[in-house]
Design a protein around this ligand. Structure first.
Ligand SMILES: C[S@@+](CC[C@H](N)C(=O)[O-])C[C@H]1O[C@@H](n2cnc3c(N)ncnc32)[C@H](O)[C@@H]1O
Length: 218
């Protein structure tokens, strides 16, 4: 998964992905609190921590191995503004800090969660009122009949059943799978209290949507 993320996220994070969120580069440069949900081996957090030394970055992931690797890289590079913690986000709806973060990111991580509904509710709880949640997730429809011409459809449904659904179901979770799709994502974001959602696509990454999410319209 880190290899996949390296291709679509890390190589384009600073120059292409972050600019999808108006004003966030300037805020990161000035100094804000940032959280990455399901950070895996921490590539995005460590890169942002290096580029934006005035901001504080936290990464949470269920995998102890991934968190230990992420922390090691942060420490090797003297990134004192990057903090990683092994954390199961299944109860994030009730134990997320209240209105702590200015910017929350999730790269290819929400559909894998045991309880993505609770994670999204937790993100809403943890985000400041004027904060932004940037969610990268697989581009596709929630309805199979809309995905028949999807250029990566067979691959994505295979990855879904062989990996993503399994990761979630193994936690007794919802098992949304890779192809939970835009309609389901928007429905769940609304249910979590997000009413301002802008869905963007990037030329270098046909496989993902980039959801730029705020609690309500400014
Ligand atoms: C597809 S990986 C993406 C990792 C990283 N964001 C990246 O782009 O490389 C999804 C991540 O979600 C994490 N995850 C799954 N269920 C979780 C849970 N209940 N709590 C926290 N993290 C979880 C997995 O451990 C995994 O690292």
């Amino acid at each position: 998964m880190a290899e996949d993320s390296g291709l679509t996220v890390i190589s384009s994070l600073i120059g292409v992905i972050l600019p999808l969120v108006p004003g966030v580069i300037e805020k990161l440069a000035a100094g804000i609190e940032v959280l990455d949900i399901g950070c895996g081996s921490g590539g995005a957090v460590n890169l942002m921590a290096e580029k934006f030394p005035n901001s504080m970055f936290t990464g949470y992931d269920l995998s102890e191995e991934a968190i230990s690797y992420a922390s090691e890289i942060a420490s090797e590079n003297n990134l004192t503004n990057a903090w990683f913690e092994t954390r199961d986000l299944t109860t994030f709806d009730i134990d997320a800090p209240i209105k702590k973060y200015d910017f929350i990111t999730a790269f290819d991580a929400i559909h894998d969660q045991g309880r993505p509904d609770r994670v999204l509710a937790g993100v809403n709880r943890a985000l400041k009122d004027d904060g932004v949640f940037l969610m990268q997730d697989i581009a596709g429809s929630s309805n199979v009949y809309n995905n028949l011409d999807h250029p990566a459809g067979p691959f994505l449904y295979t990855a879904s059943t062989m990996h993503c659904m399994t990761v979630s179901l193994a936690q007794g979770g919802m098992g949304l799978g890779t192809m939970w799709g835009r309609e389901k994502a928007l429905e769940m974001l609304n249910d979590a209290g997000f009413y301002d959602v802008d869905v963007k696509s990037l030329e270098h990454d046909f496989q993902n949507y980039y959801y730029v999410i705020r609690k309500s319209r400014p």
